[in-house]
Ligand binder design. Sequence first.
Ligand code: ADP
Length: 448
Amino acid sequence: MIQEQYIRAISRFILLLSVAVLIGYLIDQIALCIVILLSVLLIWYTYNLNRLNDWLTSKKNLYPPSSNGLWSDTFDGIYRLQKKNRQRRKELGQVLKRFRDGAEALPDAAVVVEDTGQIIWCNKLALMLFGLRWPEDSGLLITNLLRYPDFIEHFHKHSKDKESSGEYILIPSSTDRESIIEIRMVPYALGQVLILGRDVTQSQRLNQMRKDFIANVSHELRTPLTVLQGYLEMMQDPDMAQALPGTKAVGMMSEQCERMFSLVNQLLVLSRIEANKENIYDNIVDVPAIMLLLEKEAEQLNLESQHAISFDIDHNLLIHGIEDELRSAFTNLVKNAIRYTPQGGVIKVAWRKQGTAATFSVTDNGEGIEAQHLNRLTERFYRVDKARSRTTGGSGLGLSIVKHVLAHHKSQLDIDSVVDQGSCFSFSFPTDLVVTRQRRARKPRLSA
Ligand code: ADP
């Protein structure tokens, strides 16, 4: 094809040259005619070269100027090349867009930096977690923007030793000091590093809670076990065993065993509530019936303290829920009132409708609780007065159980308390859980 065009162009030139020589021969001016032909051809070439230049430099016109001969083929060839390049650029742009969209969709913050630390690119999550600004921070050193000593040390270590990419560090988030970010660095393209950051606040907190929980349980079990161990050692020693009043020792040991038993039971209740996936709307709970049982239980517990306990119950007020859980919540609050009210106190328990909601409350005139403790009372093992709670047999899990039960039943615990005047623990169940007992219609008397 190219060969053909070339031969055609040469043939045309030879033809024009022959015509010029012939005309020159006829008028006896061969040299002049050749010069005129060459000048015309030069002007033609300059003219087309100029058009080519105009077309290539102006961005407005996509299509090449029209011409003929070799120039037409040249224009078309360049046009085809440009078209192909444009297509390739478009495809590359789409690939790049797909890559960027993918990086934006990552659940991690991602920053690409040079080995030296200069920022090349980052995704939107990186702006949020690391507090970077885009494009203002492009080209700045990441170590100047995230100035945590651990991060800087890790970055320099990684730049020197690419094998350390499996290691991670934890730093606080630049935008929210409470959040903890896990940082990993992975080698990227040649001479570049990809820094990945993930918000691990939640899992760190859970981890800490798990550790605290294990420490607390061990601590709670250790105290009664130490007492038991002490008595058993004394019993093994013949001299001491004689001096030890037998009934007192047995009494103390059984008290400690009871405490451990109650602790383990409450832990089991708590874990059962947490794991329970039952639907609260599946069952209707006869709360007034629970209240009657609770009243009897309270009488037994009250033998020593002699409080005046009154129950004010709406006998037609039932709710949707899980019976075991609710019983455990009601019982814990009533037991606490009996436990933390000095002898001869007044305790009022109420199960009533308030508006369209169902409300349970336990009011006592006991020791009360200082305001600074109120927010923490429902934490596991939290006690206001540890020594006193232990002597009353408390494990510090009661209100935590209540909190979980209520969360399961779309409610929450309200605590009002004034030191030395008393406390009121109450909660309300929303309208959609409330069920009103239908009174049975009386049978019509049959007349004789
Ligand atoms: P415990 O098993 O120790 O009673 P709870 O979780 O039931 O644990 O209660 C947490 C703490 O709240 C108790 O240690 C006690 O100090 C305080 N408390 C609970 N109920 C009352 C109340 N009615 N009056 C005063 N303090 C209370």
